[in-house]
Design a protein around this ligand. Structure first.
Ligand code: UD1
Length: 425
């Protein structure tokens, strides 16, 4: 151990070429792992990404008393039968936002949960009022004391819930608790993201009755009859989108394998609007997307929206690409008001970006220059890596623990495509 915090060293200007295979979806994995305790019987999850968030959730489950092993083949066996601790402490909740899913799963299974207010990326205020509103509507008594959400219920009873804002986290959390409630719960104005559907599929495989996931009305008929199951996680749409953007940004030629094309429609459409060649294919085993580019992209405008709109998680990587587009791009961030932490870093590379509230105007320039950079959150880290891959000369990127939270073997996958990226420290 050198004692120096790890960082990436990147020599930019190399075209990405070749094939990359996408891993399991982070945002599905971090919901399905907490959901797995709902049956009170062993479950096996497959195709989990090897990312820090998954390791943290494994530690949280172990601290509760569950027997968990995460094997090198990406399978996790979870036996929740010995769980006797219903709390998630600040130490554990502070690094990942998805720790909030234990609120729904512990409450649903044991009628009791104490969860430190979640951490995760600093990209806005990120309240959890809609989660709490949902738990209360199901009959739980919820208080927040000294940064800990304490929820209790002798019995949960299904209810009609309208979300005031489309929230992925609140939709999933309410689904988890409602699975074990008595009677029917309806979530109106629900989020439609692929990981909402994925969690519903997992719950249904455990014997739950969740209908309508993927639309804005979800109905859950609660039951006590859940059982263990084996479930394989879908590919990560944001990892796929990140590689698509990185390929386009380096004027590359990359085949991105193991994707679900319908989950990528918004990013495919935007890249095509930029003039990038995007083709979909099926090699008989899995779907792939082929990205090819040989010139500066055209400027485009982007508005982030709940699924199926353009995902906020790809806003930052896309801004890196647009820094060298021909013309001016306008990017409106509608989901997280402070998701512009990467802008100051991109400017230090020469990018010409003007911020006005939730809107960034990016005036395309010929090329970025490599400088020392600092990742401020997960997707900002991905954006800076893309910018450094495009830039002239050497960049370093510190604070890469954020990147490790959500991207599996990122630098290995990039190196296999020809990038000059090293993990240092
Ligand atoms: C999830 C994803 C994250 C993605 C985001 C939007 C996970 C683990 N994370 O985050 O990668 O960027 O969806 O697609 O899946 N809000 C409230 N009150 C609430 C809950 C949310 O006001 O109780 C607001 C948020 O501040 C935000 C908006 O609703 O402005 C959407 O947030 P939400 O969909 O809940 O995002 P997360 O679940 O935190």
């Amino acid at each position: 151990m050198s004692g120096i915090e790890p960082y990436f060293k990147i020599n930019g200007g190399r075209r990405l070429e070749g094939e990359v295979t996408i891993g399991g979806a982070k945002n599905a994995a971090v919901a399905v792992i907490p959901a797995s305790i709902l049956a009170g019987a062993p479950c096996r999850l497959e195709n989990l990404p090897k990312i820090e968030d998954v390791y943290t959730l494994k530690d949280i489950l172990s601290s509760m008393g569950a027997d968990v092993d995460f094997s090198p083949d990406r399978g996790m066996n979870i036996d929740p039968r010995e769980i006797d601790n219903f709390s998630v402490t600040f130490d554990m909740a502070s690094s990942l936002r998805a720790s909030y899913y234990f609120l729904g799963s512990l409450l649903g299974r044991y009628g009791h949960a104490e969860i430190a207010l979640p951490g995760g990326c600093s990209i806005g205020s990120r309240p959890i009022d809609q989660h709490i509103k949902g738990m209360r509507a199901l009959g739980a008594d919820v208080v927040i004391e000294r940064g800990i959400v304490k929820a209790k219920a002798k019995k949960l009873v299904g209810s009609e819930i309208y979300l005031d804002i489309v929230s992925v986290g609140a939709t999933i959390n309410i689904m988890l608790a409602a699975c074990r409630a008595e009677g029917t719960t309806t979530i109106n104005n629900a989020a439609k993201e692929p990981h909402v559907v994925e969690t519903a599929n997992f719950l249904n495989m455990m014997g739950a009755s969740v209908k309508g996931a993927g639309t804005d009305v979800i109905r859950i008929n609660g039951t006590n009859e859940l059982h263990g199951c084996t479930y394989s996680i879908i590919p990560d749409q944001i990892e796929a989108g990140t590689f698509m953007i990185a390929a386009a940004a380096t004027r590359g030629d990359v085949i991105i394998k193991n994707v679900i094309p319908t989950h990528l429609e918004a990013i495919c459409a935007k890249l095509m609007e930029c003039g990038v060649s995007v083709t979909q294919g099926d090699d008989g085993r899995e779907f792939f997307i082929h990205i090819k580019s040989d010139s500066r992209p055209r400027a485009v405008n982007i508005k982030t929206l709940p699924y199926p709109g353009f995902p906020t998680d790809l806003q930052q990587p896309m801004m890196a690409l647009l820094c060298t587009a021909r013309g001016n791009s306008f990017i409106v961030e509608n989901i997280f008001e402070e998701r512009f932490n990467h802008v100051a870093e991109l400017r230090r590379m020469g990018a010409n970006i003007t911020l006005n509230g939730r809107t960034a105007m990016v005036e395309g320039i010929d090329t970025l220059v490599g400088v020392p950079l600092r990742a401020t959150d997960l997707r900002a880290g991905a954006a800076l890596i893309i910018a450094a891959l495009m830039a002239e000369g050497e960049s370093t990127i510190s604070n890469i623990r954020y990147v490790d939270r959500g991207y599996e073997y990122f630098e290995y996958k990039l190196r296999a495509l020809g990038a000059d990226i090293q993990r240092m420290g």
